[in-house]
Design a protein around this ligand. Sequence first.
Ligand SMILES: *Cc1c(COP(=O)(O)O)cnc(C)c1O
Length: 246
Amino acid sequence: MSEEVLNNLQKINNRIQQACINSQRSANSVKLLLATKTVPAERIKIALNAGYTLIAENKVQELKEKYDALKAVPHENHFIGHLQTNKIKDILKYDVTCIQSMDRLELAEKLHQRLLAENKQLDVLIQVNTSGEESKFGIAPEGAMQLVEQVSRLSTLHIKGLMTIGLLSAETAKVRQCFRLLTSLQQQIIASAIPRVAMGELSMGMSGDLETAIEEGATIVRVGTAVFGQRPTPDGYYWNESMEVR
Ligand SMILES: *Cc1c(COP(=O)(O)O)cnc(C)c1O
């Protein structure tokens, strides 16, 4: 079991390196983030112990469940799921360093209030819905600039870039359009030179489309299935509000 994960990590590494070569980028310009939803802590530890230490959950509940088991192994936690405002207090207990799924002002403001109260700060990426699919979260592309401006005024939040889930499709050209849209938004935001806003990170690309994402400028690829295997729960459970029943 451990061997399978290690082999998969090696394969992903090779894919990232090859994509970097193909797009004349240096291999260390792309970080591998492991999407660990549904994966038991013991299995996550295999990757952490092998030096793959950037991981992310989609649900605060899972973060909480695995927290104790993973605490002793050095790693960095991002959050990539839809964050409900009633979970803000909870998420701050589990040492998350970046919320990649910042997609609305209400969430940013409530998070800011809580961070102020706890005397903490947090990195965020603005999540953009580049595919136009209703089932995915993220601010519409037209609203991204305004949200960046609004969030930039909240002193406890540090914007580091943008995140997107591309269209889940076998048609590479359509997937590429999503990633290009994110890159073009990044360029527009950089051109606006908004104070306190960094745009260095582009979190895009998953198991099926990381090569395309890297070719289009990804600095973080988020990989789950290709490392840990098929998940028992359909992704709709994580990506679609209407399915968020307990
Ligand atoms: C699950 C998930 C991933 C990883 O997807 P895979 O196809 O399993 O690699 C990446 N990003 C987000 C936001 C996810 O929820």
